[in-house]
Design a protein around this ligand. Structure first.
Ligand code: SIN
Ligand code: CO
Length: 374
């Protein structure tokens, strides 16, 4: 178990989404849940997103994964980054649990990096919140003020920015952590061979929300009500202010309906940006199969990275990976267990399966590969 040594209420009110923070000793006696060799193993896989950044004189070069030959990079000045490690490496799940004081819908992924001395990705700005946890080794971090920065060297195609004046200048060692909200520039230089963990948290943009609404309306063939004028403009070339307002009212009328926005939010925010490692069974489970496995001590495990979301005010549905599951015949305690537990232990799972409705939902989740028996 990993226990985060911070007062989460104080952190949420003073820093979250507002200001960067160095948390020395965020995890006491930190033990890396993954080794450099295991990370390199993940980076060989085609379906796992990875890259190596090579630090050159005042420049950073990206080599996209999969990566299987590290000799080309030499002894120093490079960093391997592997995205969504939580989807592929279950041993990091206990570490993810420590960050669940922030809701699951916000969590994007756990990126793990292995860096040699002199390695880093260069100065940049992210549009998401990130917790940067230091594993083995040490890295020198700088964070700048939140303001407008120029692309590095005036190059519009680079994600890097010019050097900045630090407001935080710190060396992180095992168990130390840095929290950076969106918009604050940052960069690291590796001092001794290091493993680092970046927990990324995102929020939807207006564009993503609107596009989610549009998809939902098309899929459900709703939102077909048309605008009706009360008056027409005097000039034939005008869309009058009154008509503009009435069209916004038409739009608003639709946006105000929980039936629509709760569906959109549940579907949109339960989706994942990175591929999931679905665990589809060779033969579909029946109720008898599940009950038999439970009588033999099986537990029900959620695959890494799967988002299982409930929308407050809507107690009839659970949203999983963009799909809607009917939960109206489930006890609220069963819904709580399914939405909160990464692992449903044998005793709980056996209790849940006393209800046919809950058992059927679990079977359908197992058959979709969202859960597996362990
Ligand atoms: C790094 O580990 O150097 C990059 C991580 C980040 O900036 O989010
Ligand atoms: Co960053």
């Amino acid at each position: 178990m990993y226990k985060l040594n911070i007062n989460t209420d104080e952190f949420l009110s003073k820093h979250w989404q507002q200001s960067p923070l160095v948390i020395k000793g965020a995890f006491s006696d930190f033990v890396d849940p993954i080794s450099a060799d295991e990370l390199a193993g993940l980076a060989c896989e085609e379906e796992i997103s990875s890259r190596v950044i090579v630090t050159q004189e005042n420049d950073w070069k990206t080599v996209q994964g999969p990566i299987d030959d590290y000799n080309q990079f030499g002894e120093s000045h490079w960093q391997l980054l592997v995205q969504a490690v939580n989807h592929w490496f279950p041993d990091v799940a206990p570490l993810i649990q420590a960050f669940r004081f922030i809701p699951d819908w916000r969590f994007d992924d756990l990126m793990v990096s292995f860096a040699t001395a002199g390695g880093g990705v260069g100065p940049h700005i992210d549009n998401y919140d990130v917790f940067l946890l230091q594993g083995e080794g040490s890295r020198h971090w700088k964070v700048g003020e939140k303001k407008q920065y120029q692309p590095r060297g005036g190059d519009e195609n680079t994600a890097l920015i010019d050097d900045f004046d630090p407001i935080i200048d710190v060396i992180l060692e095992a168990g130390d952590m840095l929290y950076i909200p969106p918009g604050f520039p940052h960069c690291a230089n590796t001092l001794t061979t290091a493993l680092s963990y970046s927990f990324g948290f995102r929020a939807p943009s207006q564009q993503e929300l609107f596009s989610g609404i549009a998809d939902h309306l098309i899929d459900s063939n709703t939102g077909l009500k048309r605008f009706i004028s009360t008056t027409e403009p005097t000039s034939p070339s005008h869309i009058s202010i009154e008509q503009q307002q009435d069209m916004l009212t038409l739009l608003n009328e639709l946006l105000q309906k929980p039936k629509h926005y709760q569906t959109v939010l549940g579907q949109l925010l339960s989706q994942n940006r990175f591929e999931l490692d679905l665990c589809e069974p060779d033969n579909t489970y029946t109720q008898d199969d599940l009950l038999q496995s439970l009588s033999e001590g099986a537990e029900i495990h959620r695959i890494g990275g799967l988002k299982v979301i409930s929308v407050e005010g809507d107690n009839k549905r659970i949203f999983i990976n963009g799909e809607v599951f009917d939960s109206q015949d489930l006890e609220s305690s069963a819904v709580n267990t399914i939405t909160n537990a990464f692992i449903i232990d044998n005793i709980l799972a056996s209790q849940l399966c006393k209800s046919n409705h809950t058992c059927n939902l679990l079977i359908s989740l197992l058959n979709k590969g969202y859960y597996y028996l362990g």
